[in-house]
Design a protein around this ligand. Structure first.
Ligand code: ADP
Ligand code: MG
Length: 616
């Protein structure tokens, strides 16, 4: 094979978005895997040790490199993928900057072995901190193996800045997911510290998603397909009922490249509007194909941001395509797309004023009319009339089934949330009068005037201090479930749960891991009901992901906060009088009663003076 790598001329190199490529081990994983894919590999193997801090190796069966190319590939702006400035606007490869290998070789111990089909022997090069230590011939199969050891060995400050092995591993898994999902027709293996954690055979989009996120994912997926002049959209959205607290499963791929786009993400959120709760996130795996000339990838060194020529059109197409899929696959019971193109949120009836439902009564209707004519006595009451049963519904036709008139939507009635504070430690003497304001605040009097308490924040504080205490003194009481609860998680979510296992147990959870994706829950804390367990664990995973650096003390803090947030009464809940009193007294028995666990004010006081001033 002829040599193909060239140094980019200065005027092209200067047009390449400058910036750091290697931020952490996961960046190296991404760059090496992308190179393997650009080399036409059919199988890619990723091997890491200690969250990539000691070793990252990527082995491919792609085209390999000639001895000259192998040497040249480590030069800055050396690439086989583009030669002139115009190429930047018509990219079909993952890489194009010619910087990754140079950047990696500058800060690590790198060993490369590569052989092309035509060459009999492979080239073996060792580089340490940009210095070539050796270049030899070697025996190796066709393809390339890149080994990156001791990342940031020569920049101690950066090395110390790396997070725990677990956290770095999680970043690597995230990158691995993205690359693997973008290329379902390529097989991937992933080994961490000697054991295989992913084995993804060549497959199609759907199968790849399922192989990455576990068997249960299949039933969640709703296909999406649309072809327009601007874009072809393929992929899947997750059914609304599977929307998660954590943002985990949200993927956009543009021309087989994972990209982040808050703007397009918003189009999906808009399509789901009204179908999922505010704090839930829709899941999606969307593969967009556009003319490479209509996008610019050269805007960020890590190539995860893209500028589209016509983002607005893309937004509109995406939103309506997703809405259409939700409707077509009967995920939403009825959605009439032709009726009103601008209908933003068909289910947003919250802002509508409530109208009295119309009930049409057929005054002349007598269900026993037929029966009475034929039968005698009471026997007719024991046997339901089978004949003419439809007439029982007489008068209802006029309601119009499937009507979009919102007056027919029934509203949940206000139910009193039972007494939530069973085990009050503080007597109720301290505060005796309370009332609830707008199902949000509890108002009570004090010597100098009155206090207005945010019910949700107050309860968060009470629960938070309780959970913190339970974890530290490990005195939580667990209620055993009669039938163990079996929950399925993606592998990375399950890993998070196992990481915080010890603290979960101190809180009163009892569980064991089964297989790779399942967790069997046998006990839950007293304050948690069985139906809340999944929601709480979901929330925990999500908070934990966002708060990557939690360990030791702060882990207990995050856990307690999450539980408090999930279990606290919410704005809008009606509290009976005992609950109001108990909440107020519990709050003022807390170590810190002024601020919620999230540092928000819990109450305001309004003194008699303040009130007097209003009357001046
Ligand atoms: P880029 O991918 O932007 O071109 P890199 O620094 O990542 O820049 O790689 C430089 C060059 O080295 C690539 O253009 C390619 O020709 C060659 N190369 C890198 N990795 C591989 C590989 N795994 N197989 C074959 N060639 C490779
Ligand atoms: Mg590259």
């Amino acid at each position: 094979m002829p040599d193909i790598i060239q140094l980019l001329p200065d005027h092209v190199a200067n047009q390449i978005a400058a910036g750091e490529v290697v931020q952490r081990p996961a960046s190296v994983v991404k760059e090496l895997m992308e190179n393997a894919i650009d080399a036409g590999a059919t199988t890619v193997k990723l091997i890491i040790k200690d969250g990539g801090k000691t070793l990252i190796q990527v082995i491919d069966d792609g085209v390999g490199m000639s001895p000259t190319d192998a040497r040249l590939s480590f030069e800055r702006h050396a690439t086989s993928k583009i030669t002139k400035a115009e190429d930047l606007f018509n990219l079909s490869t993952n890489g194009f900057r010619g910087e990754a290998l140079a950047s990696i070789a500058a800060i690590a111990h790198v060993e490369m072995q590569s052989r092309t089909e035509q060459d009999e022997v492979a080239t073996h090069i060792k580089i340490e901190g940009s210095k070539v230590v050796s270049q030899e011939v070697a025996v190796a199969p066709k393809g390339t193996s890149m080994m990156v050891k001791n990342l940031f060995f020569n920049i101690p400050a950066r090395r110390n800045f790396l997070k725990s092995t677990q956290v770095e591993l999680r970043h690597i898994i995230d990158e691995f997911h993205r690359v693997a999902l973008a290329h379902p027709s390529i097989g991937f293996h992933f080994y961490n510290n000697g054991s295989e954690i992913f084995n993804l055979p060549k497959s199609n989009d759907r199968q790849r998603i399922v192989n990455v996120f576990g068997g249960k994912t299949n039933e969640k997926l709703v296909p999406v397909h649309e072809e327009t002049q601007v874009v072809t959209i393929n992929g899947f959205i997750c059914k609304p009922e599977f929307a998660k607290k954590s943002r985990g499963e949200q993927f956009f791929f543009v021309n087989n490249r994972y990209i982040k786009s808050p703007y397009l993400h918003h189009a999906i959120v808009a399509a789901f509007d009204g179908l999922i709760k505010k704090e839930s996130h829709p899941g999606y795996f969307l593969y967009l194909t556009v003319d490479p000339g209509s996008i610019d990838i050269n805007i960020h060194p890590t190539k995860t941001e893209v500028k589209f020529d016509d983002e607005h059109t893309l937004y509109a197409i995406l939103r309506s395509t997703v809405k259409h899929s939700l409707g077509q696959f009967n995920v939403i019971p009825t959605l009439d797309f032709d009726r009103d193109q601008n209908l933003e949120t068909p289910y947003d009836y919250k802002n509508k004023s409530v109208e009295q439902p119309r009930v049409v009564v057929d005054a002349g209707f007598n269900p026993f009319k037929d029966e009475m004519a034929t039968s005698s006595g009471r026997s007719s009451f024991q046997k339901p009339a089978t004949k003419g049963w439809e007439s029982l519904y007489s008068g209802m036709e006029s309601e119009g089934v499937g009507s979009t008139d919102f007056s027919s939507v029934s509203f949940e009635s206000e139910t009193i949330t039972g007494s939530i504070f069973d085990d009050q430690k503080v007597g109720l003497d301290a505060v005796t009068t309370t009332f609830q304001l707008r199902r949000k605040y509890i108002v009570t009097t004090i010597k100098s005037g009155m206090v207005v308490i945010d019910q949700s924040r107050a309860h968060q504080r009470v629960l938070y201090e309780n959970f913190l205490k339970n974890i530290t003194v490990k005195e939580a009481v667990s209620q055993q479930l009669l039938f163990p609860l079996s929950l399925t998680f993606s592998k990375s979510d399950r890993d998070i749960i196992m990481e915080i296992q010890e603290n979960l147990i101190s809180l009163g959870f009892d569980f064991e891991a089964i297989g790779e994706e399942e967790i069997k829950i046998t006990g839950v804390p007293l304050s948690v009901s069985e139906s809340e367990v999944e929601m709480i664990l979901d929330q925990l995973i999500s908070d934990y992901q966002q708060d990557f650096e939690v360990d030791g003390f702060s882990q207990t803090d995050v856990l307690s906060k999450t539980l408090a947030k999930s279990l606290a009464v919410k704005t809008g809940e009606v509290l009976d009088r005992d609950s109001q009193l108990a909440l107020v007294n519990d709050l003022f028995a807390c170590k810190e009663s002024r601020l919620s666990p999230f540092n928000k004010s819990i109450y305001v006081t309004i003194t008699e003076d303040d009130i007097d001033k209003k009357f001046l």
